[in-house]
Design a protein around this ligand. Structure first.
Ligand code: F6P
Length: 542
């Protein structure tokens, strides 16, 4: 059933009217146990959701909504590999890559054989036994991929760089902009570089074009050797990789049942596994598996992904909130934002339900953010005083990643808590006026300035605390968000696992590309504005 047809929906609409005028700052005065009541620890990760516009009734109603949406059965269907991606008739089994035991033997065998291959490559490269055309060990890795074949390994490697091997440098090429490609190529020696061509479909224009550009860039004497000895393909389409000339033993396949944006757990994670070592990569998978098990077995009222999802639904569907900020107060987690942007927006940016019928309620929010300290000196202004209600997830790492900077770490943690507190408390007109008078302003000046300093407050946020930035906690954090996104998709009654929206732009590209290259523009196959702009650009770039 669709969200608006669930029995709890109208009750929640009514309940929102009671909650909306109430202020969290007042609740914190009368309810000293909000943290105890509205926080939860799972496998070492803490979720503090006390700064939300909820009371026990809100939670109760949201939990009823989850029950009524048939979430339990949908979870069972996902974990056992039913084709819940209905528009593509595919199972959704990224959980199988990290130890989900509910799947069939054939899936388990495929996962196991991919892992063996991956582990062999990891060990060969790290030990220096994998040599390139000139007999030199690998000193650089270049991952060529985009979207899910790029964002996960890049984000995770950046997060865990402190435990990465120092003898190898890893680079990522995603954009087709030649400046980006050139920047990377200028840093590497092609004869000691391992190129990982990562593409689930093995038909993504950007990735294949970049791979060919790299092959064109190496000297003709080395081209064939590099393709044979220094290219690895990671794909669900091994025959296409073979057709490009990559030897079968250098192709690590994964199943169609791994969605691109859920693929960091598969052989798409190869650059990460090489840089961290296979054992640490296994810990990353294990952390995610622990979160899977929690999600699969915990009652909804104690289920971290379910609670996060329901809080999101509360604001998106009952407070009309259009966006959600992801704010890690940890520089190493800065690429988490684009990663979650794809995970969430490509999954839940949908307008029709599972049956293809248009839906009238909001679905996936705009996901945006920035590493916290930088963000608070920029767009946080709009969180505090803008007109939109934008809930935020603050992500904290309790222990400093770099051990000798404890004092800076304390400021980082305090900054995060200050932002969450400011969002919750705000500043009333009276408080603003009194502060200004205390600062020595005249009554007139203070009265004029005070309205500009009023901060509405009552802005919700969650605080997620990882004990430290380690492979297992990172794995658990990512799985937490994956499942949150899944739960929201179930409640919205949408397919979170297809991405037809990105196809139209791809389909238009050849025609527009042709228009940009054609000498004669009389034959117009695109709209007049696009044709005119294409001609304008052609004139500018020639
Ligand atoms: O265009 C979007 C997309 O299809 C994503 O879903 C995917 O992660 C990305 O492109 C890359 O796709 P592939 O791994 O098939 O090259």
């Amino acid at each position: 059933m669709r969200l608006t047809e669930l029995a709890a929906y109208p009750t929640l609409v009514q309940h929102q009217k009671e909650i909306a005028p109430q202020r969290m700052r007042d609740w914190f005065v009368t309810e000293s146990d909000r943290f105890e009541r509205y926080s939860l620890q799972v496998n070492g990760i803490l979720l503090d959701y006390s700064r939300n516009r909820i009371n026990d009734t809100t939670l109760q109603l949201l939990l009823e909504l989850a029950e009524q949406s048939d979430l339990k059965n949908r979870m069972i269907a996902m974990f056992k590999g039913d084709p819940i991606n209905t528009s593509e008739q595919r199972a959704v089994l990224h959980t199988a890559l990290r130890g989900n035991a509910v799947v069939t033997t054939s899936i388990r065998d495929m996962v196991a054989s991919s892992k063996i291959k991956m582990q062999e490559i990891v060990e060969k490269v790290r030990s220096g036994k994998w040599v390139g055309v000139s007999g030199k060990p690998i000193t650089h890795i270049v991952n060529i991929g985009i979207g899910g074949s790029h964002l996960g390994p890049k984000m995770a490697l950046n997060a865990l760089q402190d435990i990465a091997i120092k003898d190898i440098q890893c680079h990522f090429i995603s954009s087709i902009d030649s400046a980006h490609v050139q920047d990377v190529l200028s840093l590497i020696d092609p004869t000691s570089t391992l190129f990982i061509l990562s593409s689930k479909s093995f038909s993504t224009l950007e990735t294949l074009t970049n791979a060919n550009s790299i092959l064109d860039w190496v000297t003709p004497t080395h081209r064939e050797g590099i393709l044979q000895e220094q290219f690895i393909a990671v794909t669900a389409q091994p025959s296409k990789a073979e057709a490009l000339g990559i030897p079968t033993e250098h192709i690590i396949p994964f199943g169609e049942w791994v969605g691109g944006r859920y693929s960091v757990w598969s052989s798409v994670g190869l650059p990460l596994a090489i840089m961290l070592g296979y054992d640490r990569f296994t810990e990353f998978l294990a952390g995610a598996h622990a979160m899977d098990e929690h999600f699969r077995t915990a009652p909804f009222s104690q289920n971290m992904p379910v609670l996060l999802a329901l809080l999101g639904i509360w604001y998106i569907n009952f407070f009309d909130s259009p966006a959600h900020a992801i704010i890690p107060y940890a520089d190493r987690l800065r690429y988490l934002i684009p990663y979650l942007q794809q995970a969430d927006m490509e999954s839940n940016g949908k307008s029709v339900d599972l049956n293809g019928h248009p839906i009238s309620y909001r679905t996936g929010p705009i996901i945006f953010g920035e590493e916290g300290i930088n963000g608070q000196h920029a767009y946080h202004q709009a969180l505090h005083q803008g007109q939109l209600l934008i809930p935020a997830d603050f992500i904290l790492v309790a222990s400093p990643t770099v051990s000798h900077h404890h004092s800076q770490h304390a400021i980082t943690l305090a900054s995060c808590l200050s932002q969450a507190t400011a969002l919750m408390q705000g500043k009333t007109a009276n408080e603003a006026l009194n502060d200004l008078l205390l600062a020595g302003l005249s009554q007139t000046d203070a009265t004029n300035l005070a309205p500009h300093q009023v901060i509405a407050g009552n802005k919700p946020s969650n605080i997620i605390v990882l004990p430290r930035l380690s492979p297992d906690y990172l794995g658990a954090l990512l799985a937490l968000y994956e499942h949150k996104i899944f739960v929201q998709g179930v409640i919205w009654h949408i397919n979170s696992f297809d991405q037809w929206g990105v196809e139209l732009g791809k389909a238009l590209l050849p025609t527009i590309h042709k228009q940009l290259q054609a000498s004669n523009h009389s034959e117009q196959t695109i709209d007049s504005a696009t044709a005119a702009l294409a001609n304008y650009l052609k004139g500018m770039s020639s």
